[in-house]
Design a protein around this ligand. Structure first.
Ligand code: FAD
Length: 465
């Protein structure tokens, strides 16, 4: 006997689950949501995007104060500890929880607090912390259970000096030295945060360059700025063992190096939250990373079960998850589905990085004749006035058609600036042209003006051909 019945049951109230629930309600579905956490917002709010961005914002403000001649004397009297920064950053979390809770209540979505697992392809049981059990029957089910840091079995994550990206949000001391193992987006972002706080950071990368999916010039700029902020970047390394003592950790690398630090932050890989879902009862199974495979309608191999967000793997972004959740409802309604594959990259290192479209390496490989237009923030009035003059905007465009093929940006507000280029790039036909930027009047002084400067720079280069 079912305790509740829905048209759509969403498991997980993060970005993917929330947007699917809202879209379902707007389309007159009876929607229920289950989340194991009592406070809504998903891991995005509690452990991922929001806390890390708030921490980064607090550190960035502190750096600005410390380097500004008008405020330096105030900042110098305020020793910056990680717990203080963490406490300032945490203030945004209750605001986010309130916002998300209101979305659900305003739209009359029933939220069940408890851990969900399948009984069959249409039935889910929800157990709360007190052991109470409800059975929910639903026509369609969305699995949006997100991901968590991957824990290699040989590493003791219960040791008080060994952290992952979840537990680092509970660290109550300020180490002097920190090893970050894993130089993906999360590792690089935390390297910026901790080096900004004045820690000596060793960033261990398994590959031969940082964030190799980025345009080379941007990845090089990131390496340069991390290094100049005191981060020791070590490429092509693999871990052999971690020895943790009462006072610190020693990381042994396969290359024979031994690195000692007060603490270690493990940022190497994530795993989908599918264990405990009893997928087998629904006829599903996850891959070795705990992820589910979906088609371009976000449907799993079981017709009425969909999956979206981190649990399906790449791109594993909150931004993409929101769109995927809405697409799932379109798929259920038989509407045209937008499969999210061109999500821009927003990387909140210091300086910030953002890009959309092709890189130079990709265009060269594809033998596309392209040209490059560049603008350096140090040459813009706004950059000089604000003092945030580190950075660059780079536009890649087709030599003959002037079609914009890629936008790559690093520096202050890069993740905002990129969207101006994205809007033009997403136009069809002749409307997608770098000429737009050469022929439009921009507010002055703005960072957006960098588009005009980069366009003129690029078009001048073409005219030389
Ligand atoms: C440190 C860090 C920084 C990040 N920064 C960014 C960023 O700047 N920009 C960006 O776009 N993305 C960022 N991300 C990624 C982003 O947080 C994720 O892509 C996003 O949270 C995924 O959303 P989701 O809907 O898949 O689920 P999640 O946000 O992971 O939420 C899943 C929910 O499902 C619940 N759940 C799991 N299993 C069950 C179950 N069996 N029963 C009931 N409930 C269950 C969990 O309690 C959780 O609330 C970052 C991630 C991390 C870790």
């Amino acid at each position: 006997m079912a305790d509740y019945e829905y048209d759509l049951l969403v498991i997980g109230a993060g970005p993917a689950g929330e947007s699917a629930a809202m879209a379902g309600v707007k389309n007159k579905m009876k929607v229920g949501v289950v989340d194991a956490q009592a406070a809504l917002g998903g891991n995005c709010t509690h452990k991922g995007t929001i806390p890390s961005k708030a921490l980064r914002n607090a550190v960035k403000q502190a750096i600005r104060y410390k380097s500004h001649p008008l405020f330096r004397h105030i900042a110098d009297n305020q020793p910056l500890t990680y717990p203080r920064i963490l406490s300032a950053a945490s203030e945004v979390i209750p605001k986010q929880i309130k916002l998300h809770t209101e979305f659900f209540s305003r739209n009359r979505v029933q939220v069940h607090n408890g851990f969900a697992s399948f009984l069959s392809k249409n039935e889910v049981q929800v157990r709360d912390e007190q052991g109470a059990r409800d059975v929910i029957v639903a026509k369609n089910i969305l699995i949006a259970t997100g991901s968590r840091p991957y824990h290699p079995p040989e590493i003791d994550f219960s040791h008080p000096r060994v952290y992952d990206s979840d537990t680092i949000l509970n660290m109550q001391h300020t180490p002097r030295t920190l090893i970050i193992f894993g130089a993906g987006v999360i590792g690089c972002e935390y390297a910026s945060i901790f080096s900004g706080l004045g820690l000596k950071v060793d960033l261990i990368n398994g590959r031969d360059r940082l964030l190799s999916f980025l345009d080379d010039e941007i990845s090089d700029a990131l390496s340069y700025h991390l290094r100049s902020n005191g981060v020791m970047v070590r490429h092509n390394e693999a871990h052999e063992a971690i020895e943790s003592t009462e006072h610190g950790v020693v990381l042994k690398l396969l290359s024979g190096k031994r690195i000692r630090a007060d603490a270690l932050l493990w940022c190497n890989g994530r795993t989908g939250n599918t264990d405990g879902l009893a997928l087998e009862n629904a006829g599903l199974e996850a891959n070795h990373r705990g992820q589910l495979t979906v088609d371009r309608n976000y449907r799993t191999k079981v017709e009425n079960i969909y999956a979206a967000g981190d649990v399906i793997g790449w791109p594993s972004l909150a931004s993409a998850s929101y769109d995927q959740g809405r697409s799932v409802v379109d798929a259920m309604l038989g509407k045209g589905v937008r499969f999210v594959e061109n999500a821009p990259t927003g990387i909140y290192t210091i300086p910030e990085i953002s890009s959309v479209g092709k890189t130079e390496v990709e265009l060269t490989k594809a033998k596309v004749p392209y040209e490059v237009g560049r603008a350096f923030f140090r040459d813009t009035a706004r950059g000089q006035i604000s003092g945030e003059d580190v950075g660059m905007l780079k536009i890649l465009f087709h030599i003959d058609t002037h079609e914009i093929l890629g936008i790559h940006c690093f520096g202050a507000e890069a993740s905002e600036i990129v969207h101006i280029g994205q809007a033009v790039m997403d136009q069809t036909g002749k409307a997608n042209s770098i000429n737009y930027f050469a022929n439009s009047t921009f507010n002055y002084p703005t960072m957006a003006e960098a588009y005009r400067v980069a366009a003129l720079n690029g078009l001048n280069r073409v005219n030389r051909h």
